[in-house]
Every structure is written in C-alpha cells, then in structure tokens.
Write a protein that binds this ligand. Structure first.
Ligand code: HEC
Length: 150
C-alpha cells in the first residue's frame, strides 16, 4: 500500500512537471504575442500613419517590450524542447542545439530595446527609425528559431 502511494505520488509529480513546462510554453507565447501587438499594433501602426501619434501609448509599448525582453531568456528552458501550445508557431529544436547563438540573439534584441527605451521615442521620426530597427531583431531570431505550424 505504501509503495503504491509512493508510485502514485511520483506519477502526480511527473504530471505536475509537464504542466509546469507547458505553462512556460504558454507564457512565452503570451509574451511574444504582446511583443507583436506592441510593435505591430501600436508602434508600427503609428509609424505607418494608420493611427495618430500618441506619446503615452508609445512610452507604454516601449516599456512593455523592455519588460518582456528581461524574461525572454528564462522562457526557453531545455525541458520545453518539442512542446507546443495551440499557437500558429512553435519553438524550433535548434534553440537547444545552438543555445549560445540563440542567447546572442536575445542579447542583441535586448540591447536594441534597452537603447530605444533609454533614449525614449519622442516624435514620429524617431518612431519611424525605431520600428524597423527593432523589427529586424525580431525577424533575425524568428527566421532561424521560430517554426510555423501547419
Ligand atoms: C531570441 C529570439 C527571439 C526574439 C528576439 C523574438 N522572438 Fe518572437 N518568437 C521566438 C520563438 C522561438 C517563438 C516561438 C515560441 C513558441 O511557439 O513556443 C516566437 C514567437 C513569436 C510570436 C508568435 C506567438 C504565437 O504563439 O502566436 C510572435 C507574434 C512573436 N514571436 C513576436 C515577436 C516580436 C514582435 C519580437 C520583437 C519585438 C520578437 N518576437 C522577438 C523567438 C524570438
């Protein structure tokens, strides 16, 4: 009886670990979706003139990007290799095969975001310069490390 209890507990612990890993996958997708919304829906839309320039919204979007950049490195632990959520994308196994290169993409992106955040975007011209500079960093990582599903 005691042994059975131990086995059941071990299985439950194992299931708990899988949930935790799935949670990390969900967290990184949420974080990435926020990045997409901030750069595309907010900053990019203003840069293209689809939305009027709004300083408070610009500042909030940049702050959110910088905040999300801080945790990006923690959202790709090795034990999430091969795990997917319902998103249109998934993380390529290459992340864990070339971890140093992946981390250098995170570092380069984080540096770019922090520079923009430190300087602040103060007008439309600065916004028009910042959006493609940041966008290049996003796609520079995605082209190697993000897979499209389906
Ligand atoms: C260091 C690499 C890296 C950087 C930098 C990066 N991403 Fe990602 N992104 C990924 C990976 C890997 C995935 C797939 C994650 C998954 O599905 O588990 C992803 C997924 C996404 C998704 C899809 C989310 C979903 O599930 O629908 C969006 C949108 C996105 N990123 C936007 C951005 C934007 C915008 C930036 C820049 C502001 C950015 N990313 C910067 C690696 C990166």
């Amino acid at each position: 009886m005691k042994r059975m209890f131990v086995t059941v507990a071990a299985v439950l612990l194992g299931i708990g670990a899988v949930y935790a890993q799935q949670d990390v996958v969900n967290q990184r997708q949420t974080s990435m979706k926020e990045n997409g919304k901030n750069i595309g829906g907010v900053l990019g839309a203003m840069a293209k003139g689809e939305k009027p320039y709004d300083q408070a919204a610009v500042d909030a979007a940049v702050a959110k990007l910088a905040e999300n950049a801080k945790t990006m490195g923690t959202l790709f632990p090795e034990n999430t290799k091969g795990l997917k959520a319902d998103g249109k994308y998934s993380a390529s196994p290459k992340i864990w095969e070339n971890r140093a290169d992946f981390d250098s993409h995170i570092a380069s992106y984080t540096k770019a975001v922090n520079e923009v955040a430190a300087a602040g975007i103060k007008n439309l011209d600065a916004l028009k310069a910042a959006v493609p500079a940041l966008g290049k960093q996003c796609s520079g990582c995605h082209e190697t490390y993000r897979l499209k599903e389906g």
